[in-house]
Design a protein around this ligand. Structure first.
Ligand SMILES: *Cc1c(COP(=O)(O)O)cnc(C)c1O
Length: 368
């Protein structure tokens, strides 16, 4: 059986470095904030070509604290892609604002900039695109819209560590960028972790205070914050993994290129990469009208796949309040019925990728 993704091989590849990093924190006697967190923040900001990085507890908090730092709250509307992961919407709901869904481009799967203007109202405050599957969203038209209409741009980059838009690393195109270091992400911790990057010192300072009880001076609380801090053990591990991120992203790219070569001309639709995009292949997502049969046929051949995501946010019970029935977002709904993610990760071996591609071709042959 080839699993969709295994996390242990990533640890084993860097075991000595990771174990030493963890031991360093244990020995330091310093278990909240401190040197490891500061060093990771500086290194990740440099990697992202951003002036500031603030570590937080997870990706959802990164999004939600960035929105709070922008003073977004009840009565405000935030534009979100109708096929994003639920966390993007939950962050908007957490601050009391309303997520306004806009369809993705059916080919790139990312928020379609040409559909945004029609969704703007006098309450719209933020554009919140997701760089889904490691593919950068088309930011320039969104930056133009933000400028024209006085909106903020917040990017959900939880799946896009190291991705480039028009040659420049994702990290500070918009007002702020939210990151998750959930273990399966391209840059993954060994537990929960997250961060924001920004060129805006004000947003950085506000997120830092908000994640630390609303305090920047000990026992002085300017605002009502929460506790959401990047754990020093996770920071130390992330520093180790950050040094390997470009290499691991290259390996992901190699597998993606291999799949695209092997599966060209078959009955499935392959990922499309615009010429301005340097994706980092968090996921390799194909599309098929017979997705469910294909998934079953692959299981029968020992290949595990996943669906990202089977139910679009507007059809989730958690969002009945939006009152959006099936048929409201046909692009997102069609994607949810057609997408299938093939096994992919930096530690997937070449012979495993060959077996996956072969199994997909044979399964498609059986279904034809
Ligand atoms: C993983 C993810 C998140 C949430 O990150 P957590 O660290 O799990 O809170 C948010 N948005 C997207 C697009 C994600 O993939």
């Amino acid at each position: 059986m080839i699993p969709f993704l295994e996390l242990r091989p990533a640890y084993l590849e860097l075991k000595h470095e990771i174990d030493a990093a963890v031991a360093r924190v244990l020995d330091s006697g310093w278990y909240i904030f401190g040197q490891e967190v500061e060093a990771f923040e500086a290194e990740f900001a440099a990697f992202c070509e951003a002036s500031h990085c603030v570590g937080v507890g997870n990706g959802l908090d990164a999004l939600h604290l960035a929105l709070r730092a922008m003073d977004i709250g009840p009565g405000d509307e935030v534009i979100v892609s109708s096929n994003s992961y639920i966390a993007t919407l939950l962050a908007v709901s957490l601050v009391g604002a309303t997520p306004v869904l806009v369809e993705p481009d059916p080919v790139t799967h990312n928020l379609d900039p040409s559909r945004i203007e029609a969704a703007l109202t006098e309450r719209t405050q933020v554009l919140l695109p997701t760089h889904l599957y490691g593919q950068p969203a088309d930011l320039d038209p969104m930056l133009d819209l933000a400028r024209q209409h006085g909106l903020r741009l917040l990017e959900d980059a939880a799946q896009a560590h190291g991705a480039r838009y028009k040659g420049r690393c994702i990290g500070a195109h918009g007002d702020a960028v939210a990151w998750s270091f959930y273990p399966s992400k391209n840059l993954g911790a060994i537990g929960d972790a997250g961060a924001i990057t920004t060129n805006d010192p004000d947003i950085a300072a506000r997120v830092r205070a908000l994640g630390n009880y609303g305090s920047s001076v000990r026992y002085v609380n300017e605002i009502k914050g929460i506790n959401s801090r990047l754990d020093p053990i996770q920071a130390a591990i992330l520093r180790v993994k950050l040094a390997h991120l470009d290499d691991w992203n290259r390996r992901r790219g190699g597998i993606a290129d291999f799949y695209s070569g092997q599966l060209a001309g078959t009955a499935i639709e392959l990922p499309f990469v615009p010429d301005w995009a340097d994706p980092v292949w968090h996921l390799y997502v194909v599309q098929s009208d017979e997705r469910d049969s294909l998934k079953d046929a692959l299981v029968a051949r020992g290949i595990q796949t996943q669906i990202h995501y089977p139910i679009p946010p507007h059809l989730q019970r958690a969002y009945v309040e939006l009152g959006l029935a099936e048929g409201h977002f046909p692009v997102a709904e069609r994607l949810a019925n057609r997408v299938l993610s093939l096994p992919l990760g930096p530690q997937l071996e070449a012979d495993e990728a060959e077996r996956v591609a072969e199994a997909v071709r044979m399964s498609l042959g059986d279904l034809a």
